[in-house]
Design a protein around this ligand. Structure first.
Ligand SMILES: Cc1cc2nc3c(=O)[nH]c(=O)nc-3n(C[C@H](O)[C@H](O)[C@H](O)COP(=O)(O)O)c2cc1C
Length: 255
């Protein structure tokens, strides 16, 4: 893509804004897929490789993506997705899994990359701060014990510190669960828009039995299923009516 992409003229000349507008407007949730369509499974892999480029907190990438492709596994998972037609008729199901438990591993991976990048030279203040984020801030935010004692202590000191200045307060177990789901939702949307750009359709699904999906994928204790996304070529009747959104004035504010 090169540095051209940062040039506004390049964006205009290649109609990127128009293309993005088309993708966003074309995307609809599909509740039924055309099973006779010659589905290109390659676009799922390609779209997941785009999804991992989504922005994410401290670049910790606390996520995993499971492609369910074989017919028998798909049907098994479709049943766990409460028998939804969108799942039962899909060409593939992709399970978006949060891995909050991997924070220390990912912290070390980031640290290794940065230390190598900064090797053999004097660090700028910004670079020192970045290293400190991985050495001190990440453990402060993400370390917790199952009895929630650490979270209570962090919250107490956060409350006191917060009387004098802004402090990070999303440090408890439930805050961190929200954080990993927030991050993976951005990856899911990147995936969904990519599939749309490739001419196929999707449906994000919350309607599933989480513990059963976890068992189906043999996931460890610290993993959590965030979303199942069905993929295929939508049938006309799989798109439920005209799109409805509440008026923009009700949700978009200028402060
Ligand atoms: C997190 C999430 C969970 C969803 N769960 C389901 C679901 O279980 N079943 C379903 O049919 N649609 C599900 N949807 C799709 C929404 O119903 C749909 O996005 C919404 O009605 C707007 O329609 P549109 O996607 O066609 O614009 C879900 C969407 C999201 C983002």
């Amino acid at each position: 893509m090169g540095s051209d992409f940062y040039n506004l003229n390049y964006i205009v000349m290649n109609n990127l804004s128009e293309a993005f507008d088309k993708i966003v407007n074309r995307r609809r949730s599909s509740r039924m897929y055309d099973q006779n369509y010659d589905f290109d499974h390659g676009i799922v892999q390609k779209s997941l490789e785009r999804a991992v480029l989504a922005p994410n907190s401290l670049n910790l990438q606390l996520w995993e993506f499971y492609r369910v492709v074989s017919e028998d596994k798909k049907q098994e998972l479709a049943e766990i997705c409460l028998g939804q037609k969108s799942a039962a008729t899909a060409n593939e199901l992709v399970v978006f899994v949060t891995r909050g438990d991997l924070w220390n591993k990912r912290r070390k991976q980031n640290l290794t990359v940065l230390e190598k990048r900064f090797e053999g030279r004097e660090l700028t203040k910004g670079e020192k701060n970045t290293l400190d984020e991985y050495k001190k801030l990440v453990p402060f935010i993400y370390f917790n014990d199952i009895f929630r004692i650490t979270a209570a202590i962090k919250k107490f000191f956060g409350f006191i510190g917060g009387l004098f200045q802004p402090v990070p307060r999303t440090v408890g177990n439930s805050d961190l669960r929200a954080d990993v789901h927030k991050n993976i939702a951005l990856a899911a949307q990147t995936f969904i828009l990519s599939v749309t750009a490739e001419g196929y359709d999707t449906c994000a699904m919350n309607g599933f039995d989480g513990p059963k999906v976890k068992k189906f994928l043999k996931l460890p204790f610290g993993a959590e299923v965030s979303m199942v996304v069905s993929v295929g070529k939508a049938k006309k009747e799989g798109i439920y009516g005209a799109r409805y959104r509440v008026p923009n004035e009700e949700v978009i504010f200028k402060v």
